[in-house]
Design a protein around this ligand. Structure first.
Ligand SMILES: [Zn+2]
Length: 198
């Protein structure tokens, strides 16, 4: 079987970025430069591609030392990524317009990179801006999911009081909740309400 053409780590990074905001609880985990540095450290594949760059340096994400300006840009990117994930299901054309705009704006450029398992393509930005590299990787990954699996694979959690976002890469594509914990909470609540009603 062929590997899927989307970059799963970039797909996950897009979801993780959107979920640094918990809109229902009003919690925000991307309020400081230190938090952005942590996010970049946890998603090392989002760095710029430079063939001369030592692999270890790339892998630890130390190339980026983000500034306040980067933080503001990544926060604004987060709004767009969340809008794409939340909308794709009901307004595919609107979500796709945001993705295309994001690709253009970040000057997304495919490059070949030599990894441990051989050559692979990645999408980076033609600029040196941190937020543009994130945007190029995330929007191209979401674009590939939309093109291969369809826009309804992107979504926001159906759990009450959640709105966590997800991308469903499973075989049957029936995901409704951001996490198993959320699905479990909902089924327990449904059980209790049936029990109380009976
Ligand atoms: Zn949820």
């Amino acid at each position: 079987m062929l590997d899927a053409c989307y970059d799963t780590s970039a797909v996950q990074a897009a979801v993780d970025l959107a979920n640094t905001l918990k809109p229902v609880r009003g919690e925000d985990f991307l309020e400081s430069v230190a938090q952005l540095r942590g996010f970049l450290h946890d998603h090392p594949a989002l760095g710029p591609a430079e063939p001369s760059e030592p692999a270890a340096e790339h892998a630890t994400g130390v190339r980026w030392s983000p500034t306040e300006e980067d933080l503001a840009e990544v926060r604004s990117l987060r709004e767009t990524v969340r809008a794409v994930l939340e909308r794709a299901n009901t307004d595919a054309a609107g979500a796709v317009a945001l993705v295309n705009d994001g690709l253009r704006h970040s000057r997304a450029t495919p490059v070949l990179r030599l990894g441990d398992d051989g050559w692979r393509t990645e999408v980076v930005s033609g600029t040196d801006r941190c937020s543009h590299h994130l945007a190029a990787a995330m929007f191209s990954a979401l674009a590939s999911v939309i093109a291969t699996l369809g826009p309804n694979r992107l979504g926001a959690c159906a759990g009450p009081n959640c709105r966590g976002t997800f991308v469903d890469l499973s075989r049957n594509g029936s995901k409704q909740y951001c996490t198993r914990a959320c699905a479990h909470r909902v089924s327990v609540a449904a059980y209790r309400s049936r029990h109380n009603a009976g």
